[in-house]
Design a protein around this ligand. Structure first.
Ligand SMILES: *Cc1c(COP(=O)(O)O)cnc(C)c1O
Length: 370
């Protein structure tokens, strides 16, 4: 027995996760591989989050709070919004998939930038929607081109801010005029997975904009600065009716007890957040210095990763780095994305990267086993 797969679904390319450190250690017979590929927080989970987990395990025979009331209340207090305007998700990935489900029917349109987070396109295809791809210009969102791409069937416009993989932002002065061009039948999804890392003074206050009635939904996650990617929890903030509709279609227990409790603690762990922000700023400066010394162009990032032009075959550089036990992300062509790690991890990357970039030939290099 087999099922017939719809060609739209068959055409979705599977998500390629970052390679695991253990996998690379086994494959190349090395110890101490370093993963700088998935924008995780190398400092680890929030210690406050870890400290509540032990206590929670005793109650794991019970179903979670299907409404996640304690976490929603903590978020509502922190951001000054009503709890009814918050939805929790099994990572913000789940919220992306809920959004396309409630907003789109087959042949509706969504507008997506490229390169940006690959999940948007997969989610749109999964509900048989059409994705209109608008390329970045100069590594930045081209909001006027995105506004021009709006059709009567446009339902969602995705703005990843800061953008993964470039680290650039759409600022407040760019976002507001764009929001004014959004017709009644469409909604802007602002994905702020890296929002807690952004330091630009004109980074938009989207939650404030929401309160003023602008047509957007904000997505955030505990996977990045809070260091809880393995627990799978994120949240969305939007208008009451959008959030209510998303709540109708989600699974009743989409977020688990451990994740909910850890998230409440992590949200209040200012020490961990501050340490993560500081480590990130120092790490980015170090990367910028090295890239400048090597004569490479890179993009100043508002997130916890840097997008760099290796001016070589990026896939070959990526593979050569693996042999040094360093896992980064190849985006396309010469472009790599490197997540800021712990100081010793950054040093491991830099040493490997210098060797690879200065090697006379990458193809020779990939034949050498360390
Ligand atoms: C990592 C990331 C997410 C969050 O994923 P989770 O499902 O919350 O782990 C969302 N959007 C972008 C752009 C990301 O890079």
């Amino acid at each position: 027995m087999s099922i017939e797969i719809h060609p739209t679904i068959a055409a979705i390319s599977p998500y390629t996760p970052g390679r695991l450190a253990e996998e690379i250690e086994r494959e190349f017979g090395i110890t101490q591989a370093t993963k700088l590929a998935s924008n995780e927080n190398a400092l680890g989970p929030s210690p406050k989050a870890l400290s509540v987990l032990q206590d929670v395990t005793r109650t794991l025979n019970r179903y979670p709070d299907g409404n996640g009331n304690a976490l929603k209340k903590a978020l509502a207090t922190k951001y000054g919004v009503a709890a009814e305007r918050i939805i929790l998700g099994n990572g913000s990935d789940e919220l992306i998939s809920l959004l396309v489900k409630v907003a789109m029917v087959p042949d509706d349109d969504a507008i997506i930038a490229a390169p940006s987070f690959s999940i948007y396109e997969k989610a749109v295809a999964s509900v048989f929607g059409n994705a209109t791809i608008v390329p970045l210009t100069n590594n930045r969102y081209d909001l006027s081109a995105m506004a021009k791409a709006i059709t009567p069937r446009t339902r969602l416009l995705f703005v990843c801010n800061p953008n993964n993989p470039t680290g650039t932002i759409v600022n407040n002065e760019q976002l507001i005029p764009f929001l004014h061009q959004i017709p009644k039948h469409a909604l802007v999804v602002v994905d702020e997975a890296y929002g807690e890392y952004a330091t630009a003074p004109n980074y938009p206050d989207t939650i404030g904009l929401l309160s003023q009635g602008y047509p957007l939904v904000v997505l955030r996650t505990f996977s990045k600065i809070y260091g809880l990617a393995g627990l799978r929890i994120g949240y969305g903030i939007g208008s009451t009716d959008v959030i209510e509709t998303m709540n109708k279609v989600r699974l009743p227990f989409n977020t688990n007890t451990l994740a909910q409790r850890a998230a409440v603690a992590a949200l209040q762990d200012d020490e961990h957040i501050n340490a993560s922000q500081t480590m990130n700023l120092t790490g980015k400066e170090l990367f910028y210095d090295v890239f400048t010394q090597l004569g490479l162009s890179f993009v100043h990032s508002e997130a916890n990763f840097v997008y760099v032009d290796t001016k070589k075959n990026g896939k070959a550089v990526f593979e050569a780095l693996l042999r040094f036990g360093v896992i980064v992300r190849h985006i396309n062509g010469p472009m790599l994305r490197i997540t800021v790690g712990l100081p010793h991890e950054n040093e491991q990357f830099i040493a490997a990267f210098r060797s690879v970039m200065q090697a006379p030939s990458l193809s020779n290099m990939s034949r050498v086993t360390p």
